[in-house]
Structure formats: structure tokens, C-alpha cells
Design a binder for this molecule. Structure first.
Ligand code: MLT
Length: 211
């Protein structure tokens, strides 16, 4: 664990050049997704910050007003703060530019979704597991060709299906290469989803290598 660069975080070097930015869900921390990151790619560098907002003692990446209703002002500020952390980490750990892929679950997926819209230059791609539109963008950035995986639960009580579809539409409108994978269950992360994310990541590696 390190507290440098403005966020409590873990950095686990791999053989590179790919770095996975691991963003945990509400109540998680920087340790939560390390196993998932390693399962997705045994060679990647893993960069895993802890969200700075506490909701009843549970770490999150931004404030919410109620379940599913976000404090957008806070979300925007925290998105830029997190993007700044990633930039600093790229320099501090000598990471390869253009090979930063976010892997976010739930609240972590939502801030990654926001980062794609507000700071698209920071990410080469993103796997958003159980995300929803973080806000309604007035205009979309150019995400031409950026690979984005969305996984959604058919019976997700926190993210109704139309919200996952709305997010997919936003990214399609921005030109991203969107893959939307439906899971049979609810908000939990399943083995099937991990397999879908692994296959997706395998598929984009070649593209990243030439970018
Ligand atoms: C959020 O607040 O980001 C979503 O409702 C998911 C979560 O509960 O973390």
C-alpha cells in the first residue's frame, strides 16, 4: 500500500506494457480487484487506488445523494482528481502511455464511465462491470475506436437494463467500439463475467500494441 500520488493505492508491477486501472465498488478498497486483475491478465501492471469518499465508513469514488442518484458536481471533480492520479502514476512508475485500461466494478465502473466522457485521453479502453450513465452528457467526446466492454445483469436491482443500454448508446454515439454482454443474474460479479472480460481483453491487446 502506498499513499503517494494523492490516493492510497497499490501498484503491482507486471511485465507490461498493459496497465489495468482497478476501480472497486462501494465498500471495497485497493485490495479488492487485485485478484481479478491478475486473473484477467497475468502480465499486466496493476494500479489500484482506494476511493476517497466515505459513505457510512465505506469507501467510494464519489458522493451520491441516494441510491442511483449521484452528486454530479462531486463526481466531475473526483473524476478529474482520479485522472490526475493516473497521470502521476504513469510518470512515477514509468508506465507505457496508451496502454491504460480501466477495469471498474459498480461504483468504480461508474467513475471509469465518467472518466471516458470527461478525460478520454487517460484511458485506452475500459471494462465497465455493472455501470450506469454517470450523468447525461450535453455532448460526447470523440471515442473513435476505443474499446469499451459493458457487462450488465438482466435482473440487476441497482442498474435496471435500460440504464446499461443508455450507457452503451452514449458510447456508440461517441464512436467507441462497444461490447455489451448480458448476464443472467443481478449486481454481483460472476465467473461468467470474468470470462467475458478476459476474452474481451485478449481481443483488444493486439490493437493496443499497435497504438
Ligand atoms: C453507485 O453509487 O455508484 C452505484 O449505485 C453503484 C454502487 O452502489 O456503488
Amino acid at each position: 500500500m502506498s499513499e503517494n500520488l494523492g490516493f492510497v493505492h497499490r501498484f503491482i508491477p507486471g511485465k507490461g506494457p498493459l496497465t489495468l486501472l482497478l476501480l472497486h465498488g462501494t465498500g471495497g478498497d485497493e485490495n479488492d480487484l487485485v485478484g481479478l486483475g491478475r486473473a484477467l491478465d497475468r502480465d499486466a501492471n496493476l494500479l489500484s487506488p482506494r476511493g476517497k469518499v466515505l459513505e457510512n465508513g465505506m469507501p467510494r469514488f464519489f458522493r451520491r445523494l441516494a441510491m442511483g442518484f449521484f452528486d454530479v458536481e462531486d463526481l466531475v471533480a473526483r473524476t478529474h482528481e482520479l485522472a490526475g492520479f493516473v497521470d502521476k502514476a504513469v510518470k512515477a512508475y514509468s508506465l507505457h502511455n496508451g496502454h491504460m485500461v480501466a477495469i471498474g466494478y459498480s461504483n468504480g465502473a461508474n467513475i471509469a464511465a465518467s472518466m471516458l466522457l470527461l478525460r478520454p485521453e487517460v484511458l485506452s479502453g475500459a471494462a465497465l462491470l455493472h455501470a450506469m450513465p454517470p450523468f447525461q452528457p450535453e455532448s460526447v467526446p470523440d471515442l473513435s475506436g476505443k474499446p469499451v466492454l459493458l457487462t450488465a445483469g438482466r435482473h440487476d436491482s441497482m442498474v435496471p437494463g435500460d440504464r446499461a443500454e443508455q450507457l452503451a448508446q452514449i458510447y456508440r454515439r461517441a464512436g467507441a467500439q462497444v461490447t455489451l454482454e448480458w448476464m443472467p443474474g443481478s449486481h454481483e460479479l460472476t465467473q461468467r463475467e470474468v470470462q467475458a472480460a478476459t476474452a474481451w481483453l485478449d481481443g483488444i491487446q493486439e490493437k493496443l500494441a499497435t497504438s
